[in-house]
Design a protein around this ligand. Structure first.
Ligand code: ADP
Ligand code: MG
Length: 701
């Protein structure tokens, strides 16, 4: 077969032509033969049985019925008209109904000729009807390709309105398979085909479109999903290998004095096993001479900060500098204060750089960074400014990465001749396997254990009309000496409205919690940083008992005495955000509470989110639900990653296949990094085509 056969523009396929080609392109993105071949059916219908009209059930199933149209009429309805055909067989009578495309349908329908009609049955009164059925004359139906199961292709309203029905698409695919003589190049090596008992590409393509039976369909699906995920992983892994070969990092050869001293004398608690394991993983990376690019995942409160600190000590022990970046000024300041306290007995210099650092201080700081007097710099985006130069930055740690863009991270690379090692810490739990496919070119470490003695936060859902009861509960807790967060949603698009909600809320809280008995702090996005800090300070010191805030406090804030988190309009928050917010409490020894407030009107998704929150505290479980609710599209990085472009595999449902594919891609590249071996020639060919086509997968770098 001509190797370029599949690149042929779809207009050349018999039965398509330029007009249909335009529609196919606009509606389904189909431009070439290959695209059509990879338009996989959404589902299949068993068309081996034919129903009699008196056997029909209002089950909503798709069925086929043989009969004749005896009468056609237009019926006026509230809006527009509908075309109704009376359809009969020897057992009874039913209706076929069209709401659109009347002219075209009316002209093509034949009265009193046997048809096979197919579609979803519904019932109105005592009459069954099929809206927009597929129609095929019985004699044509009998001549058609005999398939046990019928593919249902993705479609759009426009496609069916233009007469490109499922049957038409199916015919196109048949035609294409006919023209290609059913021979498709096999991109997988024999060794993998054998080991996994995969069916050939040709067999898979035939059976994904026109399955001979259920078993072959399942095998075709498995094979094609595997292939798709395999090539995604091939790209990610080869990219990572390239980076490790090409990009040298600064080697950390010494097991250092600072690290050991801190570990032996100043560590305020025992590390959890997970923390120890992760530090070991990072040490291994830093000890090799390849540049580290590692993602550290750990649920809120799992203790990522101490891991970051110990890694920075390693850098210092080897004569280098380190920096830690956080997305907000509040968080950066908190990190700075926390680290300073941990390092109080050690002879190290640490400084803070944020947008509000004074100019005089800044100049001093720049000098100290350049002459190497400063060991650790903590800061916000301000660290990325070109003016900020280091003597020898070897480790850059980014906390809560989802607020940092790719471009910003790449700026870190140019702070040094040799790029620093990069550790990205995130508390947004990403299901592990998803992380693997998203960040397959990063290494991933996971802290999957909370420090001992944490009491799980009790989470409840309350409706707005119970607010007084909730306030009563707050008063009890405050009486016990606890502090409370009350959080309002912040949605960028309508900042003014959010602000109003917040202020209204604040006023009503101020009425119910009057001074001087109660003191209230408020923080929102429109305040100056200095004012925010001042309010935060008061809350941290315990001078105020209530913190009214927008989601500014979502990230990282640590006030162990705060034990109640009220989330207003909780239905407006996403799951991961709710989980982050809840992570602000439960940090001290006391039992903590999270109260989700909503009105009575809730969408199904919102209900699921609230139920999930009240059911579990496990960030990974929550992330799985989130992923199922939203699909991978909204997760960070997926837009760039092109995982949405997957044609048949589903990174959530096909997790197991993903892992198998990853394993095999890894083995293959380990044995033959450049795909030079004869047996891997087909892989190389397919891989090269994917890479040069650049249609897919521009992963985070
Ligand atoms: P996160 O992973 O959310 O950034 P932090 O690093 O802020 O978590 O840690 C949360 C709290 O747990 C801090 O008060 C920290 O001191 C404490 N902590 C961290 N590790 C341990 C541990 N191994 N044992 C006890 N407490 C710990
Ligand atoms: Mg943190």
């Amino acid at each position: 077969m001509n190797p370029n056969f599949l690149q042929t523009p779809i207009a050349y396929l018999k039965g398509v032509g330029p007009n249909r080609a335009d529609i196919l392109k606009a509606e389904l993105g189909i431009e070439t033969y290959r695209d059509l071949l990879h338009l996989f059916p959404n589902r299949y219908l068993d068309r081996t049985s034919y129903y009699k009209i008196n056997q029909l059930q209002p089950s909503g199933a798709d069925v086929q019925v043989v009969g004749k149209i005896i009468h056609l009429k237009m019926v006026e309805q509230k809006r527009g008209k509908r075309l109704v055909a009376t359809f009969v067989d020897e057992t009874g009578q039913m209706e076929l109904v069209w709401f659109r495309g009347h002219k075209w349908i009316k002209e093509s329908l034949k009265i009193n000729e046997p048809y096979v009609v197919f579609g979803r049955v519904s019932q109105y009164g005592s009459t069954f009807s099929i809206p927009h059925p597929e129609m095929e004359l019985l004699h044509q139906h009998q001549q058609g390709l005999k398939v046990a199961m019928q593919p249902i292709y993705p479609s759009t309203e426009k496609l069916s309105a233009k007469g490109i029905t499922n049957r038409v698409v199916s015919k196109m695919v048949q035609q294409l398979i006919l023209e290609s003589k059913g021979l498709f190049a096999e991109p997988l090596p024999v060794s993998i085909l054998d080991e996994l008992r995969l069916i050939s590409k040709t067999e898979a393509i035939l059976n994904i479109h026109f399955p001979k039976n259920q078993e072959l369909l399942a095998r075709a699906q498995f094979r094609l999903k595997f292939e798709e995920l395999f090539f995604v992983q091939m790209q990610l892994i080869s990219k990572k290998m390239l980076r490790k070969q090409k990009i040298k990092g600064l080697p950390f050869e010494n097991v250092g004095e600072n690290f050991t001293t801190f570990f032996e004398n100043h560590l305020p608690f025992n590390l959890t096993e997970a923390q120890k394991r992760v530090i070991k993983e990072i040490r291994n990376d830093l000890g090799s001479n390849a540049q580290m690019n590692r993602l550290l995942q750990g649920d809120v409160g799992s203790g990522k900060t101490i891991v970051a600190l110990m890694c920075m000590l390693l850098a210092i022990d080897n004569g280098f500098q380190a920096c830690l970046m956080a997305p907000t000024e509040i968080l950066a300041t908190q990190h700075y204060n926390g680290l300073k306290e941990l390092l109080v007995n050690m002879d190290l210099k640490i400084a803070l750089l944020t947008g509000s650092t004074k100019k005089s201080e800044r100049t001093l700081l720049h000098n100290q960074l350049e002459n190497g007097n400063l060991n650790i710099l903590v800061g916000t985006h301000a660290v990325l400014e070109d003016k900020v130069q280091f003597k020898n930055l070897a480790l850059a740690i980014v906390d809560e990465q989802h607020r940092f863009g790719v471009a910003q991270r790449s700026k870190l690379w140019h702070k040094n001749d040799t790029p620093p090692h990069i550790l990205v810490m995130t508390a947004t739990p990403i299901p592990r396997t998803l992380a693997m496919s998203l960040y397959g070119d990063l290494d991933v470490s996971v802290i999957d254990e909370l420090p001992p003695g944490r009491k799980p936060v009790t989470t409840v859902h309350r409706f707005d009309n119970n607010r007084l009861k909730v306030f009563g509960f707050l008063k009890d807790e405050i009486k016990k000496g606890r502090q409370v967060y009350i959080v309002y949603p912040l949605i960028q698009e309508s900042e003014a409205m959010d602000y109003k909600d917040l202020m209204d809320g604040y006023e009503s809280i101020a009425r119910d919690f009057p001074q001087p008995e109660y003191q209230i702090s408020i923080i929102h996005g429109q305040m100056k940083p200095a004012d925010k800090d001042y309010e935060m300070e008061r809350f941290v010191k315990g001078e105020t008992q209530i913190m009214v805030a927008t989601t500014v406090i979502e990230v990282g804030v640590n006030v162990p005495n705060a034990s109640v988190m009220i989330i207003e309009s909780a239905e407006r928050f996403g799951l991961s955000q709710l989980h982050q917010l809840r992570g602000r409490v439960g940090r001290g020894a006391e039992q903590s509470f999270c109260i989700l407030m909503t009105g009575h009107k809730l969408s199904e998704d919102a209900k699921t989110r609230l139920q999930t929150m009240t059911r579990t505290n496990d960030g990974f479980e929550i992330a799985e639900v989130d992923l199922k609710l939203r699909g991978p599209g909204d997760l960070m990085g997926t837009q760039q990653s092109g995982l949405l472009a997957l044609k048949i595999a589903d990174i959530v449902k096909d997790n197991q296949i993903l892992q198998t594919a990853r394993y095999h891609a890894m083995q293959l590249l380990k044995n033959d990094p450049r795909l030079e071996k004869e047996e891997n020639a087909p892989v190389l060919r397919a891989f090269t085509r994917i890479m040069t086509n650049k249609t897919i997968w521009n992963y985070i770098s």
